[in-house]
Design a protein around this ligand. Structure first.
Ligand code: PHE
Length: 374
């Protein structure tokens, strides 16, 4: 039962002592129950409100009601009670606020001795890094960068590169075709580009000669994946077109590029090859930059060059006049201009460069592998 201020009949000191004790006990008990600031507000109002607060009632029922001869004594007691109540109310506020800020502090505690949050720096992916290096060698020769779509039409990937429909050279490309394209004419059917060469045509359609471009990008082939094959890999294409471009320009440019990439001591060698869009066509070999061309490493057979002392780097050749026929309208008259083109596999170069033994490591996204290239 909550405490109520009684009316007094007996104003004797013993009766007053008793009444004061009851009041003090109620004050102490209610104070102890105050835990939050809103508890405290009702507690304060119950005891100190001008209207109907306990102190007001004590004043009315005890002091005002007292006979004259007891007034002095009661006045003193009521003053004491007033002080006691004010003190208790104040103390309880301090207690409640202290507890709140203590719990806030412990929730927000800042330990300045803890190490800071590290934000690890990312690293350039080894394939991208290799790509950037190759691109920058050609930029220094005045080449610009061109790009094209990874999902390509049959026309750009094959037809305009002088692979006629049903020509067996198409079979060498292990193409991944986009499904349900059969209702379209062959040249509009979509596929995943098998090389970056379609960007040769796309760029010549847009820009008139002279032209010097490199084309970095992703390509896809239906190769089962193993340590040296991935259905997705990267190429960099090169194309230079101008009047009087010769095979000598092709050889000189690529010899320079290989020395810039692998060191000035490497030698280059060209071996005849075939691509439908270049004539003549060649493969470029560089002397093995791992064993220095000897085919041996510390008397062990050199694996990267298969003991031959040479590593195959890219395919290249003089642009076939049939290719220029497809973009003749934009200033590429094969009787007036000529050009060379090349295309290399970036992932293979990155593998050789970093001594990686499995191409899959490039694409699995394992941070422990990638961190080594920071
Ligand atoms: N596109 C050819 C390939 O992927 C490479 C190449 C590019 C050959 C340019 C000659 C000229 O194998």
């Amino acid at each position: 039962m909550a405490y109520t201020v009684p009316k007094l009949k007996d104003f004797s000191p013993t009766a007053l002592d008793k009444a004061s004790e009851k009041l003090a006990a109620a004050l102490a008990k209610e104070a102890a129950e105050v835990q939050t600031e809103s508890d405290w507000k009702s507690f304060r109002d119950r005891w100190m409100a001008r209207k109907n607060g306990v102190l007001t009632l004590v004043n009315d029922l005890w002091l005002k009601a007292a006979p004259k001869e007891n007034k002095r004594d009661i006045g003193q007691r009521v003053n004491q009670i007033k002080q006691q109540v004010e003190q208790t109310v104040d103390n309880r506020l301090a207690h409640v606020q202290g507890a709140a800020s203590a719990s806030r502090l412990s929730a927000e505690r800042l330990d300045v001795t803890l190490p800071g949050n590290r934000r690890p720096l990312g690293a350039e992916h080894p394939v991208i890094k290799t790509m950037n290096e190759i691109v920058s060698v050609f930029r220094n020769l005045g080449y610009s960068i061109a790009e094209g779509p990874v999902i390509e039409t049959d026309y750009y990937n094959f037809e305009a590169l002088n692979f006629p429909p049903n020509h067996p050279a198409r079979d060498t490309q292990d193409t991944l075709f986009v499904a349900t394209q059969e209702s379209k004419p062959l040249r509009d059917r979509l596929l995943l580009r098998t090389h970056t060469s379609p960007v040769q045509i796309r760029t010549m359609e847009k820009m008139k000669p002279p032209l010097r471009i490199v084309v970095p990008g992703k390509v896809h082939r239906n190769d089962p994946l193993d340590a040296s094959h991935s259905p997705m890999f990267h190429q960099i294409e090169g194309l230079a077109v101008d009047t009087n471009i010769t095979l000598g320009d092709l050889k000189g440019t690529l010899d320079h590029a290989m020395k810039a990439l692998f060191g000035s001591s490497v030698k280059t060698s060209f071996r005849p090859s075939f691509f439908p869009f270049t004539e003549p066509s060649a493969e470029l070999l560089v002397s093995c930059f791992i064993c220095g061309g000897s085919g041996k490493r510390d008397l062990e057979p050199c694996r990267p060059c298969k003991q031959t002392g040479w590593i195959e780097i890219l395919g290249c050749g003089m642009v076939d006049p049939n290719v220029f026929e497809f973009v003749k309208g934009n200033g590429y008259d094969p009787r007036k201009i000529s050009g060379f083109a090349f295309g290399m596999g970036v992932d293979r170069l990155a593998i050789l460069k970093y001594g990686v033994d499995d191409i899959q490591l490039f694409f699995q996204g394992d941070v422990r592998f990638l961190e080594q290239f920071v």
